[in-house]
Write a new protein. Structure first.
Length: 131
């Protein structure tokens, strides 16, 4: 049986599915910044606030979301949240993120930034690899 990675536009239902299956460290990082963790509300907030992004799916299951929120004019905060299936899509997400980086600058952003909780070691490693 052939497995497939697909890249989809941001969608509230797919985000909700993903937020219900987040890696423990991703969920903990969100819990540190949210008063209550509510996957459905988080999905709707994500759709309302995100400037751009995509969902990576593996065999039709949402596995990761990479998105950007404009913090102020010219500055975008890039975020990545994923399920435990992250290794299945990591290479594809990195490749697409690098390709889309130029689109942010062409859209008027002069700075992109990303941060990770100090205890989220996989997140810290990914940020180092992405540069």
């Amino acid at each position: 049986v052939k497995t497939m990675i697909t890249i989809e536009n941001l969608d509230a239902e797919r985000l909700h599915q993903l937020f219900l299956t987040l890696r423990a460290d991703d969920r903990r990082e969100l819990e540190l910044t949210q008063p209550h963790f509510d996957a459905e509300q988080l999905a709707h907030d994500h759709m309302r606030l995100c400037y751009a992004g995509f969902i990576a799916c593996y065999d039709h299951r949402p596995v990761a979301v990479l998105s950007a929120v404009e913090l102020w004019p010219g500055l975008a905060q890039i975020g990545l949240l994923a399920s435990d299936e992250w290794p299945r899509v990591a290479f594809a997400v990195a490749r697409i993120a690098k390709r889309r980086e130029a689109q942010f600058f062409m859209a008027g952003f002069h700075r992109l930034q990303a941060i990770a909780w100090s205890q989220h070691h996989a997140g810290q490693n990914w940020l180092r690899r992405m540069g």
